[in-house]
Unconditional design. Sequence first.
Length: 173
Amino acid sequence: MGTQKNGGAVFRAVALPRTRSEHPLHRIGEARRAQGISTRAAARRLGCDVAQARQEQEPDQDMPLSRLYDWQEVLQIPIAELLTPPRDELSPPVHFRSHLVRIMKTVLSLKEAEEPESAERLLETLIAQLVELMPELAEIGSWHSVGQRRRRDDLGVAALRRLTTEMFVEMMD
């Protein structure tokens, strides 16, 4: 590699063979997938080719801290999320953000949809994403199209009004 002088001694830097780590060094790939960013899009933002971006996402890939910060900027999540040991999932704020990013992408795709079948599939995807984020949404109904709907046994406000005999007398005159 190179040589360094320290006082009178000469040291030669030697590249040690990289062995697969038992513990991952980072979580770039996992975070990228959670954010819904393709490897191609990440490579474009990083200014590298897809093969390099794919290699850097490998959990045992050792890289300079400056490159981790490049990834952090692309993924827009705290650097600690890229360095922490794996758990079942990302931290709650990052996990929530990744859900919202996927929902927004679905909404924007729906806005651009030109075919009714495509729009229908996107609406189903959007519903599934919202229910995944908040399961109790599965029980929610749609907005009423006109006014507030009543059940058949509900009486309207008109049924509760009191009619006086004077009102009938006035109508007869």
